[in-house]
Design a protein around this ligand. Structure first.
Ligand SMILES: C[S@@+](CC[C@H](N)C(=O)[O-])C[C@H]1O[C@@H](n2cnc3c(N)ncnc32)[C@H](O)[C@@H]1O
Length: 173
C-alpha cells in the first residue's frame, strides 16, 4: 500500500467513525454534499453567509473543496485558525485546492489554464486570490495549529475540473 492510499484509507476510516458530530462543507457552490451543513455566501445552501460571520462548535469535519484559494494569502492562516476553533479536539479539516506548482509547470498545455489560475470569476466569490503548493499548504495547516497533517497530490476527476492538478490536505485540531 503506498503513502497516498494510506492517506485516503485513514480519511475514510475517520469519516466512518465520526458520523455523530456536525460536518460542515464551506463554499459548497452548486454542489452541496449529503450529510454536511452546506455553507456558501453566494449560492443557495443550508447556511447562506460569509464564512467570517459564522461560529460552529464541536464539529467532526470541516471540508473546503476549492474554497481556500478564494481568500487572500494573508487570510489563509487566519481562516484555517477560525475553522480549527470550530472543531472538537481531534476533529478533522479537509482542504482541496488547485496544485499551483503543477499548473504553472505545465502552463498553457491545460485547456482551462486561465480558469485554474484566476478562478471562474462568475461572481465576487469566484476569484482566486492565493495559490498553493504541497509545501505551502502543509505549512499553512501547521501555522494554523493543526497536527497529523497530510497533503497529497492528485488529478481531479470531478466534472467541473477534470484533469486539474490538485492538492488534498488534512489535519487534526
Ligand atoms: C470554486 S467554488 C467551490 C464549489 C464546490 N465546493 C466545489 O468543490 O466545486 C467556491 C465557493 O466559495 C464561495 N465563497 C467564496 N467566498 C466566500 C465567503 N467569504 N464565505 C462563504 N462562501 C464563499 C463561493 O460563493 C463559491 O460558491
Amino acid at each position: 500500500m503506498n503513502q497516498q492510499q494510506r492517506i485516503i484509507d485513514s480519511v475514510a476510516t475517520y469519516r466512518r467513525d465520526h458520523r455523530e458530530r456536525a460536518w460542515v462543507n464551506l463554499g459548497c457552490g452548486k454542489f452541496p454534499l449529503d450529510g454536511y451543513i452546506n455553507v456558501d455566501a453566494h449560492e443557495p445552501s443550508d447556511v447562506k453567509a460569509d464564512v467570517w460571520s459564522l461560529a460552529f462548535r464541536d464539529c467532526g469535519v470541516v471540508r473546503m473543496d476549492h474554497f481556500l484559494e478564494h481568500f487572500s494569502w494573508r487570510e489563509t492562516v487566519p481562516l484555517l485558525e477560525l475553522v480549527r476553533g470550530w472543531l472538537y479536539a481531534g476533529g478533522m479539516v479537509e482542504v482541496e485546492v488547485p496544485d499551483m506548482e503543477e499548473i504553472m509547470r505545465n502552463g498553457s498545455d491545460f485547456h482551462d489554464w486561465l480558469r485554474y489560475v484566476y478562478g471562474s470569476q462568475q461572481h465576487d466569490g469566484e476569484y482566486h486570490k492565493a495559490g498553493f503548493t504541497i509545501n505551502s499548504l502543509f505549512d499553512a495547516l501547521e501555522d494554523a495549529g493543526y497536527h497529523e497533517i497530510k497533503v497529497r497530490k492528485f488529478v481531479s476527476g470531478f466534472k467541473t475540473r477534470k484533469g486539474m492538478p490538485c492538492l488534498h490536505g488534512t489535519g487534526r485540531a
